[in-house]
Each structure stands twice: as structure tokens, then as C-alpha cells.
Design a protein around this ligand. Structure first.
Ligand SMILES: Cc1ncc(COP(=O)(O)O)c(C=O)c1O
Length: 354
């Protein structure tokens, strides 16, 4: 027997980030990963293709061109921005930078499934705080869960997988109550779909100015660039700088940068995608409630069916109709909306669901 090097013992048995495998019939609608439907077109596609032809060259170091554009768009200093190949890699780096072994990360649960994995990899300990019955964050309970070992709290707003949002006033109270040495990550991966007006006190610059708040955003969802990988965070110069210092020198590809810059420069493309997704969402909610399936109010590009112990049964039924959805055992099923073909397939499924 050969002796192989051992990984860190606390990482053995790390749960895998799951994805949904296709079923016995061809996939008709993929509604399992909260991606934007359809294909890239227009100026964003042109920009990405143009960048491919220039891909013999490295991108700008640190993604400086994308960081500068984002700083301009949000009215913050470029030093307050860090960019990378997605929001999740940025969260990973943030946790690696700030967690010492055994430090606690308070999070609502259920929330984005990657959080506990990222915390474990960074050597921390997740402290899950149950969602309220309506699927929303229980911010007072999260505040109460913050103790001397807490270093980070994560608020996913809108929440994946329930689609619920926290009222701005409740978020403001929560942020006021968190000790200044605890970082609060506001994961806003789906914020573009949130139709609510954002008060000035919750604007990106106002949040970053708090010093211990990190606004985490992605180009993977409403911007439709999941396959290219680009995300960013906005925070204080100190926090953003600390994360930048542990990122690789070229954290985001030149093709992703070109597409992201084009998406920022053509907001009408994003607005049209968001508007059509919201319209699809209300039609899907109406279809579901017409069949007696009530879902929490969603401000994201997905809806949450709290089907409990029947979640896998429903997901399997969907798969049999060529519809990929995301089940969470004994909890519920998340269905991504936006694809105009979803309703017809879902109606077929619901017709056979008792
Ligand atoms: C809440 C939330 N945060 C972050 C991410 C990851 O985004 P990215 O593709 O930018 O890494 C996702 C992706 O599903 C998500 O749902």
C-alpha cells in the first residue's frame, strides 16, 4: 500500500455542492440552478466574442477595469470593490481571510447551500438560525445568536431557496445591533429581481460606509453570465482590500470582464430580462395557487414549494416530464422561473399531482 498525503482531517466527508442530474427523458426546461433563460445576444454577446479573439493577453491585474466601472456605477471608491470569478469565490476568500479556527458564522437556515461548505473549508463553524414559518429570515433571532465567537453573519436577501426578502427597516435595525467587529455579508445575488424601492440608508455606498458590511453581488443571475463567472463585493476599503490581497492576480477572465462591462453599459438588456422574469413569476405563482400549491412571496427568479416529505416525489415527477427542479429532502422544491416554456410543462406535471 502506498502512503498518500492526507488532506486536513476536518475536511474529510465534506458534503458536495449538489446539482440536479437529467432524468430518463430529454430535458425540456432546466429550472434547477436559478440561471437566466435563453442565450446571450446583442452587445453582451458581441463584447464577449470580441474578448475571445484577444484572449492571448492577460486581463487587467485584479480585474481593475471591471472594479473601476463598478465603482463608477455605485458611486464608491474603486478601493471599496473586489471582483472575482463569481460571488461564491469572493465569499470563500472573505471567510478564509477573516475566520480563525472555530470562529462562528451565523446564518439563516435554510439558505444558500454553499454557505456551510464555505464556512467549513475556512475552518469556521456554522450557526444556523431557523427561518420563520413564512420562509423569511428571523433577524432578531439571528442577532440573538451572535456571541463572542461570532465573526461573520450572512443575510441572503432575497433568500435562496425561499425567495423571501427582509424588510429594509428590519435589516437596518439588525445592522445597528451587530457589534462592529462582526462582518455582515449581505448576499444580494438576486437583488435585481427585487421590485422594492431601496431607501437611501440601504444604498450600496451607505452600506459599505458602515465599515463591517459587505455587499455581495453577481453577474450570474439577472445579468445572465453564469457560465462566464464574474462577481463582486463592495465594502470598506479595509475589508475589500483584505479580500483583494488574497485573491489570485487575475481573478476574473478577460471574456467575463468584457461581458460584464457590456451588461453594465446596456442596462436595458438587464431590465428587459428582469421584467420578463417577474411577469413569468407571477404567472407561475398563479398556476401553482390555482392547483392549491401556495408559495411564499418571492422577489427572486425562483419560487419555493414547501412540499415537506413529498419534495423528492414531486421533483421526480417533474423529471419524468423533462423539467429539472431542485428538491431539498423533507423541506421543499425550488423552481427557477423565467423560461417561457416552464408554465406548459409545469401545468402537465400539476395535472398528475395529487
Ligand atoms: C444566494 C447566492 N449567492 C451566491 C451564489 C453564487 O453566485 P456566483 O455564480 O456568482 O458564484 C448563488 C448561486 O446560486 C446564490 O444563490
Amino acid at each position: 500500500m502506498t502512503l498518500a498525503p492526507s488532506p486536513r482531517p476536518d475536511l474529510t466527508g465534506l458534503a458536495a455542492y449538489s446539482s440536479v442530474a437529467p432524468g430518463p427523458v430529454p430535458v425540456r426546461v432546466r429550472a434547477s440552478s436559478n440561471e437566466a433563460p435563453g442565450a446571450l445576444t446583442g452587445p453582451v454577446l458581441d463584447a464577449a466574442l470580441g474578448a475571445v479573439s484577444r484572449a492571448t493577453r492577460y486581463p487587467m491585474i485584479g480585474g481593475a477595469d471591471l472594479a473601476a466601472a463598478l465603482a463608477g456605477a455605485w458611486g464608491v471608491d474603486a478601493g471599496e470593490v473586489a471582483v472575482a470569478d463569481g460571488a461564491l469565490p469572493l465569499l470563500d476568500r472573505l471567510l478564509l481571510t477573516y475566520l480563525r479556527p472555530g470562529d462562528e458564522v451565523v446564518m439563516a437556515w435554510r439558505s444558500y447551500e454553499a454557505y456551510p461548505l464555505s464556512v467549513q473549508v475556512a475552518g469556521g463553524r456554522s450557526v444556523p438560525v431557523p427561518l420563520r414559518a413564512d420562509g423569511s429570515h428571523d433577524l432578531p433571532a439571528m442577532a440573538a445568536a451572535i456571541g463572542p465567537a461570532t465573526r461573520v453573519a450572512i443575510v441572503c436577501n432575497p433568500n435562496n431557496p425561499t425567495g423571501t426578502v427582509v424588510p429594509w427597516s428590519a435589516l437596518s435595525d439588525f445592522l445597528d445591533s451587530v457589534p462592529p467587529d462582526v462582518l455582515v455579508v449581505l448576499d444580494e445575488a438576486y437583488t435585481e429581481y427585487d421590485a422594492r424601492q431601496r431607501p437611501a440608508s440601504m444604498s450600496v455606498p451607505a452600506l459599505a460606509a458602515r465599515g463591517n458590511v459587505v455587499v455581495l453581488r453577481t453577474f450570474s443571475k439577472a445579468h445572465g453570465l453564469a457560465g462566464l463567472r464574474a462577481g463582486y463585493l463592495v465594502s470598506s476599503v479595509e475589508v475589500a482590500g483584505a479580500v483583494r490581497s488574497v485573491l489570485p492576480p487575475f481573478p476574473v477572465s478577460s471574456v467575463a470582464v468584457a461581458a460584464a462591462l457590456a451588461s453594465l453599459a446596456h442596462p436595458s438588456v438587464l431590465a428587459a430580462r428582469v421584467a420578463s422574469t417577474r411577469e413569468e413569476r407571477s404567472q407561475v405563482v398563479a398556476l401553482l395557487s390555482g392547483r392549491g400549491v401556495v408559495v411564499p412571496d418571492s422577489e427572486a427568479n425562483f419560487v419555493w414549494l414547501p412540499l415537506g416529505s413529498r419534495s423528492h416525489e414531486f421533483a421526480d415527477l417533474c423529471r419524468g416530464h423533462g423539467l429539472l427542479v431542485r428538491p431539498f429532502a423533507d423541506e421543499g422544491v425550488r423552481i427557477t422561473v423565467g423560461d417561457p416554456d416552464l408554465r406548459a410543462v409545469l401545468a402537465e406535471v400539476l395535472a398528475t399531482w395529487e
